[in-house]
Design a protein around this ligand. Structure first.
Ligand code: SAM
Length: 217
């Protein structure tokens, strides 16, 4: 059995500065220059998609080794599944299942990739963020996706969003941030009978509760 420690945070519940931070990001531009390597990665994804431009898009953000992307590609054979992770090491790991012809795995920094996707007017059918790095220290709020300047761009991509975590506070915060932006979210605990990702399996096997947030953007 793999053992994984429970999240420890010096934060009591939702971060007190979150609402202010989200409002600030919604009201301002995110001007950090986009890295060339992510521009090239985005262009490569667009070239693949152009082979079948009418297929709806599913983004598996922070896909790690891509197990969830492979499973989604099986579940949605008439969609493009785009798995993005910044870790080449994870993406290159040998995994069972091969790559379906509707699956694109790409190394890119999502802080840039999301903005390029908005610039290209992408609309997603579904958007998965499974077990993002929690950054549980209070001081790291801005590293969580809902506390990051790219958050408004994530919302502009639309679609059915599903976010999973073993840290309930992450989802409470994400739901609050969505609320500030005018969206409603559902939040529930769930049992991972068939884990979709290695992190999900690891947390499940160490008996940790798992949580899921869904929202229609
Ligand atoms: C905790 S792992 C979860 C991986 C996978 N979803 C799973 O559940 O097994 C978080 C992943 O997010 C990726 N990540 C973190 N920040 C990222 C960013 N800015 N752009 C792309 N990937 C990122 C990391 O490389 C890592 O693979």
């Amino acid at each position: 059995m793999s053992v994984s420690k429970k999240i420890v945070s010096n934060q009591e519940g939702v971060h007190e500065n979150l609402e202010m931070l989200v409002r600030k990001h919604l009201d301002s531009d995110f001007r950090k220059p986009i890295a060339d390597h992510t521009r090239r990665a985005f262009a490569a994804v667009c070239r693949r998609i152009d082979d079948a431009p009418n297929r709806p898009l599913i983004l598996d953000a922070c896909c790690g080794v891509g197990d969830s992307s492979r499973e989604l590609a099986r579940q949605y054979p008439d969609h493009w599944i785009i798995g993005i992770d910044k870790s080449e090491h994870r993406l290159l790991k040998e995994r069972p299942g091969g790559l379906g012809d509707n699956l694109i795995l790409m190394r890119a920094d999502l802080n840039d990739f999301y903005r390029l996707a908005v610039e290209a007017s992408w609309t997603l059918a579904r958007h998965y963020i499974l077990y993002p790095n929690p950054w549980p220290k209070s001081v790291h709020l801005k590293r969580r996706w809902h506390g990051a300047p790219v958050f408004p761009f994530m919302l502009r991509l639309g679609g059915e969003l599903e976010l999973r975590s073993n840290w309930r506070t992450y989802l409470d915060e994400f739901a609050l941030a969505l609320g500030v932006a005018g969206y409603q979210a559902e939040l529930e605990a769930f049992e991972a009978t068939h884990p979709l990702t290695p992190f999900e399996r690891k947390y499940r096997d160490s008996g940790q509760p798992l949580f899921r947030l869904t929202a229609m953007l």
